[in-house]
Design a protein around this ligand. Structure first.
Ligand code: SAH
Ligand code: SF4
Ligand code: F3S
Length: 485
C-alpha cells in the first residue's frame, strides 16, 4: 500500500506554494495525498510565524495528535515552514511526539527526510552554527532523541551571506496541475526572503535573505504552466515590485519580466503580490497600464497612517509619500484596485495616531484592507526596543473600528457593479456548494474579476477553470452575486 500523507497549510501564499511543491515531490516517490489526518501515515503541518495566533493554532493541533501517535507509534508527524525555522528544536520540547522539523529552505529534500525518519536512520547532530534558540534559550542537545530530525536554514547572523542564502533556497518545480485546487491558476515564486527588516516582522528571519530568481528560469516555469493549461499566474515575493535580476548582464525589473511573460501564449492573467510602497516605480505602473493581461490590482500595504508609527516600524516612507504613490497609481491607472494591510495597536500607538490610520483608510478608499492586531515576535527589532503596551482590548476595539470603516467603503464601491456584466475566472465551488448534493446539475461557484473582486453564482461544475461573463444581481461588502448570461 502506498504511503498516505496529509498536509495542513496555514500562512501566506508562499506556504500554499511550498505545500503544493512538497506534495508534488512526495507523490513523485509514490505517496498518496489524503484529506484527513486519520487516513494518513504521515501528517505534515506547513506553518506560519507572522503572528502568535498562527503558532498557537499549530501547537494545539499538534497537541490533539498526541493520543493518535500513542496508539500508532509508526505515524510520522512533521512540522515544516516558518515556525520550524523559528522555533527549531524547541518544537520537540513542546511537542515531543513530533518526529521531524524542516525549514522552508529544506523542503526540496522532504521525501528523503521522511524516509530517514521511517528507517530510523535519522540521527541529526545539531550543527553548531544554528545559534541560540529564540529568546536566547540555549540549544539543549540532551533533549534530542535519536528518532528526531531537524533540518533548517542557517541563522541570519551566522556567517557568509552566500551560505545563508543557499540554505533558504528550494527549487523543486515538479509540479502538475493535479496538485492545485484550481488547475488553471498557479503561484510562481520570483523572489525568496526579505532584507527590509520592518521592526515588527519575523519574515526576514524565517525566510532568509532576499534572493531574486533568474528571469529566464521564471519564464521557463510559466511557459511550462501555460503548456499545462494554466490561465492565471500570480508572481510571489515579499517585496515583489523590488524584483531585479542582474544575473544576465542587463537588469531585468518586474516591469520587464511582465513584458516577457505577457508574450507567453495561453496565459490570460498576470498578478503579483506583495508590493512595497517604495518600489512602486513608473515603469511598473506603465507596464500595468499597457499590458492587457496584467490585472489592474495592487496589494501595497501601508501598515499605519501615522508617521511616528511608520518610523518606529522602520517602513521607510511617510504617510505623505504613501499618498503620493496612491495618486501616481490613480493617475496612471484610474480603474486600479488597491488593497492594503494595517497593523493596529503597534507599540506605543496613541489614539490620535490610530485616528490618522482611520483617516488614511477613509480617504484612500482601498478595495480591501487586511487588518491585524500587533503581535510581538521574538527576535524582531520591535520586540527588542519597544514594549507591547497596547492592551488586547484596545487592539480589538481599534481593529473593529478600522474594519467597520473599510467595510462601509467596500459596500459603497461595490454598488456600481449592480446590473453590470463582468468577466471572471471561475475558481471552484463555494463553501455553500460543499453542502449541496454531489450530483446536482448546478452548484454555487466562486470566481474572481481582474480587480480581485469575488463573484458568487450558480452554474455547472464544468465552468471551473474557465473565463466567463456573469451579470451582477446583488452584492454585499465582500461579494458580488452574479447570474450566468
Ligand atoms: N511581505 C509582505 C507581507 C508580510 S506579512 C509585505 O511586506 O507586505 C503580511 C502582513 O502581516 C503584513 O503586511 C503585516 O500587516 C502583518 N504583520 C506582519 N508582522 C506582524 C506582526 N508582528 N503583528 C501583526 N501583524 C503583522
Ligand atoms: Fe516583513 Fe517588511 Fe519584509 Fe514585508 S517588507 S516581509 S513586512 S520585513
Ligand atoms: Fe507566515 Fe511565513 Fe508567510 S511567517 S506570512 S507563512 S512567509
Amino acid at each position: 500500500m502506498p504511503h498516505r500523507v496529509y498536509i495542513q497549510t496555514v500562512g501566506c501564499q508562499m506556504n500554499v506554494l511550498d505545500s503544493e511543491l512538497a506534495a508534488a515531490d512526495l507523490m513523485q516517490v509514490g505517496y498518496e495525498l489524503v484529506h484527513s489526518p486519520r487516513e494518513a501515515d504521515t501528517i505534515l503541518y506547513n506553518t506560519c510565524s507572522v503572528r502568535q495566533h498562527a503558532e498557537d493554532k499549530i501547537y494545539s493541533a499538534l497537541g490533539r495528535l498526541k493520543p493518535l501517535k500513542q496508539k500508532r507509534p509508526d505515524l510520522i508527524i512533521g512540522v515544516m515552514g516558518c515556525m520550524a525555522q523559528k522555533d527549531r528544536d524547541a518544537i520537540f520540547r513542546r511537542a515531543p511526539h513530533v518526529d521531524l522539523v524542516v525549514g522552508p529552505g529544506q523542503l526540496g529534500r522532504l521525501p528523503e527526510f521522511i524516509d530517514r525518519v521511517r528507517r530510523g536512520d535519522n540521527l541529526s547532530p545539531l550543527p553548531t552554527d544554528f545559534g541560540p534558540a529564540p529568546g536566547g534559550e540555549p540549544v539543549a542537545r540532551a533533549v534530542f532523541q535519536p528518532s528526531k530530525l531537524l533540518e533548517i536554514g542557517l541563522d541570519r547572523a551566522s556567517g557568509r551571506r552566500k551560505d545563508i542564502s543557499e540554505s533558504f533556497k528550494t527549487f523543486n518545480v515538479n509540479r502538475t496541475a493535479a496538485m492545485r485546487s484550481v488547475p488553471h491558476q498557479a503561484l510562481v515564486r520570483i523572489a525568496f526572503g526579505c532584507d527590509r527588516f520592518c521592526a515588527y516582522c519575523v519574515v526576514p528571519r524565517v525566510r532568509g535573505p532576499e534572493q531574486n530568481r533568474p528571469a529566464a528560469e521564471i519564464e521557463e516555469e510559466v511557459r511550462r504552466l501555460a503548456d499545462g493549461g494554466c490561465l492565471e499566474i500570480t508572481l510571489l515575493g515579499q517585496t515583489v515590485n523590488g524584483y531585479r535580476d542582474d544575473s544576465g548582464g542587463a537588469t531585468v525589473r518586474l516591469s520587464d519580466l511582465l513584458h516577457r511573460l505577457h508574450e507567453i501564449a495561453g496565459i490570460r492573467r498576470l498578478k503579483f503580490v506583495t508590493n512595497h510602497p517604495n518600489y512602486m516605480t513608473d515603469d511598473l505602473l506603465a507596464a500595468m497600464r499597457d499590458l492587457p493581461k496584467v490585472s489592474p490590482y495592487l496589494h501595497v500595504p501601508a501598515q499605519s497612517g501615522a508617521n511616528e508609527i511608520l518610523r518606529r516600524m522602520k517602513r521607510g516612507y511617510t504617510v505623505e509619500q504613501y499618498r503620493e504613490m496612491l495618486e501616481r497609481i490613480r493617475e496612471k491607472i484610474p480603474q486600479a484596485a488597491v488593497a492594503s494591510d494595517f497593523i493596529v495597536g503597534f507599540c506605543g500607538e496613541t489614539e490620535e495616531e490610530f485616528q490618522q490610520t482611520v483617516e488614511l483608510v477613509r480617504t484612500a478608499r482601498f478595495k480591501n484592507s487586511f487588518i491585524f492586531k500587533y503581535s510581538s515576535r521574538p527576535g524582531t527589532k520591535a520586540a527588542e526596543l519597544y514594549a507591547d503596551d497596547i492592551s488586547e482590548e484596545v487592539k480589538r476595539r481599534r481593529n473593529n473600528e478600522l474594519l467597520a470603516v473599510q467595510n462601509a467603503i467596500c459596500l459603497e464601491d461595490n454598488q456600481p457593479y449592480l446590473g453590470r456584466t463582468v468577466e471572471i475566472l471561475v475558481e471552484g465551488p463555494s463553501k455553500v456548494a460543499r453542502k449541496q448534493p454531489p450530483g446536482a446539475a448546478t452548484v454555487q461557484l466562486v470566481g474572481r474579476t481582474v480587480h480581485d473582486r469575488i463573484v458568487v453564482f450558480d452554474g455547472p461544475r464544468e465552468l471551473i477553470g474557465k473565463i466567463i461573463e456573469v451579470t451582477i444581481e446583488k452584492l454585499d461588502p465582500f461579494t458580488l452575486f452574479g447570474k450566468l448570461l
